[in-house]
Design a protein around this ligand. Sequence first.
Ligand code: NAD
Length: 491
Amino acid sequence: MSVKIPLQPIPVLNFISGHFKAGNGFKQNIHSPHNGALIGEVHHSTKDDVQHAVQAAVIAQKKWAATPIKERSKVLFNLRQVLLRDLDEIAHLKSSESGKTFLEGKAGLLKGIEVLEFATSLQNLDIGGKLEVSRGVTCEYRRQALGVVASITPFNFPAMVPFWTIPTALALGNAYIWKPSEKTPLTSLKIAEAMSEAGLPEGVFQVLQGGIETSQALIDDPDIQAIAFVGSTPVARQVYQRGTQLGKRVLALGGAKNHIVLLPDAQPEIAGPGISDSFTGCAGQRCMAAAVLLAVGDVEIHIQKILERARSLELGKDMGALINKSQIKFLNQQIQKAVQEGAKILLDGRNAVPPLGQENGNWMGPTILDHVSPDQDIAKLELFGPVLCIIRCKDISEAMGIENSSKMGNACSVFTSSGALAEKVISMASTGMVGVNVGVPVPREPFSFGGIQESKFGHGDITGVSSLDFWSNLKKVTVKWDQQHDNNWMS
Ligand code: NAD
């Protein structure tokens, strides 16, 4: 199905205390990556807008935290129903602003809903715990909300990435302020509407539109207790430093440069499509995309399968568009430089034919470069586009040496038929997530998502069980009622 692009520009407003209102900062146009059409006008927020939203959230959060978790969870169940009902509509909107295909837009939201399902299950778990630690004396954990928390998200997953954190933070009793990417802010309007319809009390979920200044005002606000950030590594580092210097809890996920180790014993029918889909899915604009193929020994048959699959992709149908023209310019420059330095082009997606009627969009086809050397920029920089670099390696040790030298640490995969060789790669990989015969090794709930090294600043993962500790404090309560019972050092 082709993506439905809004025919009129949509005003992109803040959502504060249950109402939409334009931010008082400057305005910025949003163009669809598919056809260049003007689809939105985002009003950035000023420092005063930020302060106003945070103060409203401070008041709302107290009541929300005092609401039993089973009642809070009911709202999340309602939210799930609303999102599933509006799945197609939201998928079209998010795809129209991010460049995704309709199916990719849908898949991202469904993955977000999976985290929502995880959060609704917290009401049935003992997320605290109590023990009689000596006769008549109990110790208890009480999980308490932090207060008002914030999240700053990137352009490439306008619903999935925010939903990594929204459900759990809300389920645990926090009020949540979201600053979407100024490049893809339209989806936030639908999500805010869904929150209202689900019955979330006003002020518990707020949206502030804007860019750097809005983010910084949010981080600096003394009433913001914790910040979850997802975006590029340089910004993740800055946000982490800024927030932690103020004594705040920060988890900042950064960029990626993911390696795939391809061994000669891999099944070509699994490896070909798996590797091709990994670097072309979301037009390569995802932090789990394959970037470097470490081709060990004779894997020609597999490379032919990768090429076959990549060549068969139709732009606009199987593969989406890139976020903007400057990204295409950057990719073209990197490819040209790599070729000048000696890399060989196996598949050239530059100047690929755009879908009919979408000539003004930001299109680029799959590109594969062979005989790339590990010290070339193209082998080390995050490209964020549909480009695969093949580095030839004589054995696994050489391949893992290259993988280990990367500063990033999101994902690494191996394609093989050997459990022992897979195990070797799993144990040697310097990443937070590893795949075996899986090109995009995104863990599904309740397994958590998160890289290491320069792909993440801060402790713990952004989803799953470890996210509970990020979004709450543990209060330890020790109780004794009866004088007859033990008198010891705790008495
Ligand atoms: P970006 O870093 O440019 O922007 C991310 C967010 O930060 C946006 O909301 C932006 O407005 C805000 N921002 C920009 N500069 C800021 C500053 N100086 N201080 C505070 N906030 C600032 O990233 P992007 O281009 O929107 O997204 C692509 C990047 O995100 C890629 O590097 C990709 O790998 C990464 N990403 C990582 C993950 C992950 O899980 N590790 C997931 C998705 C995307």
